[in-house]
Design a protein around this ligand. Structure first.
Ligand SMILES: NC(=O)c1ccc[n+]([C@@H]2O[C@H](COP(=O)([O-])OP(=O)(O)OC[C@H]3O[C@@H](n4cnc5c(N)ncnc54)[C@H](O)[C@@H]3O)[C@@H](O)[C@H]2O)c1
Length: 245
């Protein structure tokens, strides 16, 4: 289906120990790519064993600028390191509360992880992509960044910020053969959405024309599509069953 040969491509997916990140990593692995899995702590052995090609791993808290920079620097120094062709900024958290009740700490934590965290990872890798004269970056935004959502002022701001970052990096990267796109998933079955109350789930489902939650694999297919099509940059693809129509 895809013209692009992923067999000689290396893909770093942040937050790939589970959920959407893991599904994205598996989708590229299925196409023969070399994966670099990332988590805050060590990736469990059963996750590593689920890949065809043995993945490399790297651990750091994306919200910690110094730690992120140091770990990425070390990664590039590893003797077996092939370079990064595709970066998927997927790591993210929620700390929901209506705006008038939200603590400054919860606002900052979500911005620091979901927005600044993506920048922390991207900046050193973008520099390398400029030097290697190619690269592909995919940012995991959210439909909430486009439409807002009660109780998610921090998350919506971070995810909308990611879309602005995507467009800017797309413009800065284009002449250097670096493409930057975003995916805006709606409600996807995952640990993040499992944590919602049954009422909250039913409420969202009532607004999804396709009347079901999405699958992590459906988001992963979109990431592969964006990495395959070399004439798309600066775009945000919504994968939400029609929620945002
Ligand atoms: N699940 C959904 O419905 C949905 C919808 C829209 C967007 N998203 C976005 O997709 C991405 C993945 O979501 P998910 O549902 O798979 O969530 P998840 O909670 O299952 O996975 C998130 C991953 O990010 C990692 N992570 C979180 N904070 C980190 C940090 N500070 N440093 C390093 N790693 C960190 C976690 O360890 C985990 O591996 C997130 O960015 C999320 O905002 C999810």
């Amino acid at each position: 289906m895809f013209k692009k040969d992923f067999k000689n491509q290396t893909v770093l997916v942040t937050g790939s120990s589970r959920g959407i990140g893991l599904a994205v990593a598996h989708a590229f692995d299925d196409l023969g790519a070399q994966l670099i899995l990332h988590g805050r702590s060590a990736i469990p052995a059963d996750v590593l064993d689920s890949f065809h090609q043995k993945p490399m791993t790297v651990e750091f808290d994306v919200a910690n600028t110094e730690e992120t920079e140091a770990q990425i620097k070390d990664l590039y120094k590893r003797p077996d390191f092939p370079g990064i062709d595709i970066l998927v900024n997927n790591a993210g958290i929620t700390k929901d509360q209506i705006a008038i009740g939200m603590s400054p700490a919860d606002f900052a934590a979500v911005i620091n992880t979901n927005l600044t965290g993506a920048f922390n990872v991207t900046q050193p890798i973008f520099k390398k992509m400029v030097r290697q004269k190619h690269g592909d970056i995919i940012n995991m935004s959210s439909v909430v960044g486009l439409m807002g959502n009660i109780g998610q002022v921090n998350y919506a701001a971070a995810k909308a910020g990611l879309i602005g970052m995507t467009k800017t990096l797309a413009k800065e990267g284009a002449r250097r053969n670096i493409r930057v796109n975003a995916i805006a998933p709606g409600m996807i079955v995952s640990d993040m959405t499992d944590a919602l109350s049954e009422d909250a789930k039913a409420n969202v489902l009532g607004n999804v024309p396709l009347a079901r939650f999405g699958l992590a694999e459906e988001v992963a297919e979109t990431a592969v599509f964006l990495a395959s099509n070399e004439y798309i940059t600066g775009q945000t693809i919504v994968v939400d069953g029609g929620l945002y129509i």
